[in-house]
Design a protein around this ligand. Structure first.
Ligand code: PGA
Length: 244
């Protein structure tokens, strides 16, 4: 695992966008795995700037998002569809048909999940996957559990995640209790992975991860220790308990 520690959130965002830019320049038809949440917002802002100021070209890029709430329509203001449109897609020259966010309203959801993974495989797999991490160690919505599912699937959200995500909703009751998420297998098949963490509230889980002593399904992110090409990009606050 390669570890990069930037001074602050701004540095983390710039560094991450630089790596994504290099990957797009290396392979213009990059298959890019994207995350939502607070952490990648600054990275997306940097990518928009690079598109506007340096002509970073997304016209051949394909994206697959990690997850979506079950029961929220793609037009719902808290859906990850809207998040992606507002934070990135509407501001760059990506073809809408090349962007994929799981459909939380799919009728035959099991079939839909299988096809989501198939769609990724048919394009040759994800070249670069961006990940956030939950305070409880989840990646995407793969929550701590005795077993972790490999493929894209429907999952319940833990109380910790519902609490954390309630900041985006008017009340905690409005936070969906289930979601569709790429599984650990889908994520681990990505050729290159960048995991981002910012802020003091991530310091404890990052400390556990960077011990590199064990993998455990109770901290799903530790599965990444088995992957050959993972870069962890932190700000100083998230790194503050590492080397303690
Ligand atoms: P955050 O979420 O970026 O909003 O902290 C990360 C996650 O829960 O995976």
């Amino acid at each position: 695992m390669k570890i990069i520690i930037e001074k602050d959130y701004d540095g983390l965002s710039k560094k991450t966008a630089e790596i994504i830019k290099e990957e797009i320049n290396r392979k213009p038809n990059l298959i890019l795995g994207l995350a939502t949440g607070s952490t990648p917002v600054g990275t997306y802002e940097e990518l928009i700037k690079m598109h506007k100021e340096e002509n970073l070209d997304f016209s051949k890029v394909t994206t697959f998002n990690l997850d979506e709430y079950i029961g929220l329509s793609p037009e719902h203001p808290n859906s990850y569809h809207i998040y992606m449109e507002e934070n990135l897609f509407n501001h760059i020259n990506i073809e809408k048909e090349n962007t994929h966010v799981p459909n939380g309203e799919a009728e035959d959801i099991e079939e839909y999940c299988k096809n989501y993974d198939k769609g990724i495989e048919e394009l040759g797999g994800i070249d670069l996957q961006i990940l956030g991490i939950g305070e409880n160690g989840h990646i995407a919505f793969n929550e701590p559990a005795e077993e972790l599912t490999l493929g894209t699937h429907v999952t319940g959200l833990t109380e910790s995640t519902i609490n954390a995500n309630s900041r985006f909703f008017d009340s905690i009751e409005e936070v969906p209790k289930t979601a569709i998420t790429m599984g650990l297998g889908s994520i681990m098949k990505a050729k290159k992975i960048i995991l981002l963490a910012s802020g003091k509230n991530k310091a404890q889980v990052i400390k556990e991860l960077l011990k590199e002593e064990y993998t455990t399904t109770s901290i799903p992110a530790t599965m990444l220790l088995l992957h050959p090409d993972v870069t962890v990009i932190l700000d100083e606050e998230a790194a503050s308990k590492h080397n303690e």
